[in-house]
Design a protein around this ligand. Sequence first.
Ligand SMILES: Nc1ncnc2c1ncn2[C@@H]1O[C@H](COP(=O)(O)OS(=O)(=O)O)[C@@H](OP(=O)(O)O)[C@H]1O
Ligand SMILES: [Mg+2]
Ligand SMILES: [Mg+2]
Ligand SMILES: [Mg+2]
Length: 461
Amino acid sequence: MPSNCTSLVFRAPHVLGQTRITNNTNKLTPTIHVGTCFPWYGKKTHQKKKLFHIVSQLKCSQNYPPSSVMEDQRNLVVSSLGPDKYSKELDVAVKAVQMACSLCQKVQESLISKTNSQIHSKDDNSPVTVADWSVQATISWILSKSFGCRNVSILAEEDVESLSKPDSKGLLSAVVETVNDCLVQAPHFGLKGPEKLLGSSDVLEAIGRCNSEGGPTGSFWALDPVDGTLGFVRGDQYAVALALIENGEVVLGVLGCPNYPKKKEWLSYHHRYHRIISKLTPTTSESWDKGCVLYATKGSGKAWMQPLHQTNKLLAWPNSAIPIRVSAIDDPALATFCEPVEKSNSSHSFTAGLAHSVGLRKQPLRVYSMVKYAAIARGDAEIFMKFARTGYKEKIWDHAAGMIIIQEAGGVVTDAGGSPLDFSKGTFLEGLDRGIIACGGAKLHERIIKSVDASWKCSSL
Ligand SMILES: Nc1ncnc2c1ncn2[C@@H]1O[C@H](COP(=O)(O)OS(=O)(=O)O)[C@@H](OP(=O)(O)O)[C@H]1O
Ligand SMILES: [Mg+2]
Ligand SMILES: [Mg+2]
Ligand SMILES: [Mg+2]
């Protein structure tokens, strides 16, 4: 096995007894990505145990997170991201997003069972909740704790102004309580929590620290603490999105989708989604395996999906992860396209015309948030299109994590002119040509780009 090996396949049960996972210097192999080759897997418990033992030893001795062993019917998938450049960043980011997902689930449940008094409006009339600020504070705190305040630069959606006003005391204390509730769980996620509870000033400081202006040089995190806040307050889809941008390029992305349904068909059940799942799962959310965290690093050619980590289950971290891949469908007649739910966020009439000219036959799948990117990366849909009204400038945190995950899962993401998205110009995707097109494959992408101009001329946009 070469010293820079990136994969390992266990071939037969009889080798298991002597299996030593080594590189050619006879040291423990530095990287294991995926090994699947267990036609017999699941038949013999002692073989399973042995393999788990070998892999867990590796995990302990090497500590290359996030690594995992996952059963996939008869196969066994072993994954570890190995000592690549961003392994520490990825490890912390995945864990932080897992924690944020858990925080959001609690807040969403309480929002749905209470009145709307916990939903606030920003200057642009868009909604913001305790969850948006709490996630931003939590992730900011974790990143700063893990990498040192001085080394961490974050560009994130929420600011502290409205939270710091004298009449926002109740709101601020709700945020402080939510953040502390979440951070005490840090050890369950494999992270260190604070030694004592955070006070209001600590929380405000953590939120306010996310004031990076981004730009073309250096590295910074782009964070959308709750993307699709409208979906969130409606009990529907939303996402937690965290990306690392280095010298203007997205190098790592993590996307938490706490309500991603078990059955992809249920993605379209918006507004009724929460009612449906509560009807179908009279027990606890534990028995309901909705939700996932997706992640990828640039150039790896792989994207991964973890289930949500459940703190009440005695599962040792790291959790299991499986590789994801975009859909192979390239026939427009069979392809599904996603778009924003709100007409005010993207022109439904323009995409309807475009879809018709490309030969898309299925009804659009309208889903809140970057869950649309997740659907493409997982292969549950083939196309995502967003055409905001003229004058609206797309923000980098709404696209960075989703883009890199789709690309590494084999897809293509560009603006409507076919150019790459530019993350080097600060808060906004400056120079974006009309809209965003993300596809599972290059063939579909090319067809759409070719049709945009003709449809654009006929439209009133
Ligand atoms: N006018 C307008 N046009 C286009 N986009 C806008 C607009 N206003 C807001 N936003 C951004 O849209 C983010 C949510 O996008 P979605 O694709 O999820 O839209 S939708 O909620 O499904 O309609 C949303 O992200 P969050 O604020 O994080 O929810 C906004 O950044
Ligand atoms: Mg957003
Ligand atoms: Mg947001
Ligand atoms: Mg918002």
